[in-house]
Design a protein. Sequence first.
Length: 291
Amino acid sequence: MKLALKHTIVAILLILSLAAQVAADSVEDATVAYNRGDYATALQLFQQSADKGSAIAQFNVGAMYANGQGVRQNYAEAVKWYGLAANQGLADAQYNLALLYTNGQGVRQNYVLAYRWFSLAAAQGSTEAAKSLELITARMTPVEVDQAQKLVPARGKAEIVPAPGKAGIVISMRRLGGIHVVPVLINGAITLDFAVDSGAADVSIPANVVSKLDLADADFIGQRRYQLADGSTTVLKTFRIRSLKVGDTVVEDVIGSVAPAQGFPLLGQSFLRHFRSWSIDNATHELLLKK
């Protein structure tokens, strides 16, 4: 039995981070075109923002390829665009990418990778992903499950089962297009909404934001190879973030990566590992941290 994709187009919200503001008009115009049935125009406008790194636009391009709206149906292209959005932490994209791996649509069937992306989506509160994770686990061999679990960050697994009331630090969050986001003050200078992404190795900040942080040459520490959603790798510059303030909590000396301009800021493992444990309370939309 094939599982069903979530084909709904995600509309961009009015409250945006600095990194996403430039792409907002194109996504809003694309959504208007989509809602009136002008799929060709909608795809063109979504594509413009997707090419600049907008996770929401990347998801929508993937959905239109999956649906065959404004373009011939092409699951391989859907895998590509869902993968880009999933790598930025968009839960709906992670869920759909997992489904494509499960069903073998546009990509060779791979329960191990499906398990990985279902796990990451479930860790962000997706009940559909949690149910699908149980279903696919029943289809897998013990060896496959063991292999899949090694692909899921340990803290990402812990996030699936939140522990409300047990954390020493409670940070209010909100949902933005399927992502849990939290405002973060960077180097005491710029506040942005970050997606909490256990699948990201480091804190990721778009290049157009990094350029505004008044960093010294000594703050840049080299390059690192990162694995993307489709299994491919890319090399990004890395730098030292002097401080990140989340709520009243300040974490100093955090490794960051310079993401493509207009990408969404990600609060990854280089921040989360400063805490003994962390989780997300999906009922109250709170980030729970314990040192």
